[in-house]
Design a protein around this ligand. Structure first.
Ligand code: AP5
Length: 217
């Protein structure tokens, strides 16, 4: 099963992607995590991406498309994958189409903008694994520490309120048109992939149940 997760920053894509991956035994491909790993390693890509990411802008389509193409051709993707944070522009979606990448299901997680800022400002992440916590809604067992490794959690540079609002603006302008791309506008995709819109409001488990039920229906 090849799945795309769409939704604004902080909608819970990363959180839900890790649940779906466990349930369906397919890898999670998060372009945000891939970029953060490149930033941590200070690779040429990481150095180029850091400034763009910290300001809440999108990294260039060319770079991201190259990264994803290489990743989905890896051997662990033969039985499917879940794309978390890609595509984010029409150009990126067109690249999947041009490469004949089959998409079985597109899931849009809907969360109102007002809820997003509260969620993101409380988010803490474990940089090495991408595991995500929230200081109130999904706290780690020991404050500030990753449950599995005990390592420090960080507050992402792009998770401060002014940058979150910038990212929301970019989402509405550049990524939201993909909802029409996959649901209405694009007849080829209507016939080959299922589009599911679910509410991302409620507990983590409620949202997860909605997604799994929709995928199984
Ligand atoms: P990326 O890391 O992909 O960020 P994003 O899409 O903005 O998404 P987030 O990771 O912020 O949120 P999420 O939806 O995964 O939510 P989460 O599960 O963490 O991208 C970062 C940057 O990289 C971009 O700005 C861009 O620069 C670049 N980039 C990446 N991909 C790119 C691309 N394709 N093209 C160009 N540039 C690209 O949840 C958020 C918080 O809420 C957590 O604390 C969580 O615990 C909590 N939470 C989750 N669910 C619930 C719930 N139901 N109730 C309460 N709290 C909840």
């Amino acid at each position: 099963m090849n799945i795309i997760l769409l939704g604004p920053p902080g909608a819970g894509k990363g959180t839900q992607a890790s649940h779906i991956c466990e349930k369906f035994s397919i890898p999670q491909i998060s372009t945000g995590d891939m970029l953060r790993s490149a930033v941590k390693k200070e690779s040429p890509l990481g150095i180029e991406a850091k400034k763009v990411m910290d300001s809440g802008e999108l990294v260039s389509d060319e770079i991201i498309i190259g990264l994803v193409k290489e990743r989905i051709n890896a051997s662990d993707c033969v039985n499917g994958f879940i794309l978390d944070g890609f595509p984010r522009t029409i150009v990126q979606a067109d690249a999947l189409k041009t490469e004949d990448v089959r998409i079985d299901c597109v899931i849009e997680i809907q969360v109102p903008d007002e809820d997003i800022v509260a969620r993101i400002s409380g988010r803490r992440i474990h940089l090495a694994s991408g595991r995500t916590y929230h200081i109130s809604f999904n706290p780690p067992a020991v404050p500030g520490k990753d449950d599995q490794t005990g390592e420090d959690l960080i507050h992402r540079a792009d998770d401060y309120e002014d940058i979150v609002r910038e990212r929301l603006g970019i989402y509405h302008e550049q990524t939201q048109p993909l909802v029409d791309y996959y649901s209405d506008d694009n007849e080829e995709y209507i016939s080959s992939s299922k589009f599911i819109a679910i509410s991302g409001v409620g507990s983590l488990n409620d949202v997860s149940d909605r997604i799994v039920n929709a995928l199984r229906s």
